[in-house]
Write a protein that binds this ligand. Sequence first.
Ligand SMILES: [Zn+2]
Length: 110
Amino acid sequence: MDPQLVENARRTLETEQARIRLELSEEVEHPRVAHGAQTAAATEVSESQRGQQLREREALHLGLIESALKRIEAGKFGLCRTCGQPIAPERLEALPWAQDCVSCHSTKRR
Ligand SMILES: [Zn+2]
């Protein structure tokens, strides 16, 4: 594994990690819908649901980022979780949190 690629990936991952953590903590401190607002308009409700889905997705993404950072520390970054083969550098550059190589990823999708 190219150390430069790992270093770039680590930087991307850490930036993303910080951004998501901030986003998630802001959501907790400033909920979009007031508590007990029973008369909330339908748009506000769906706004809140969207916010919830977004937070769930972000939390999931954060999990992937953190496990990628752990793999970097363990020196196992860039290996496919499924087949153990190295993941293509172009894929890691685009998605440093990828856990599977392209072929395993597309197999699972089918
Ligand atoms: Zn694979």
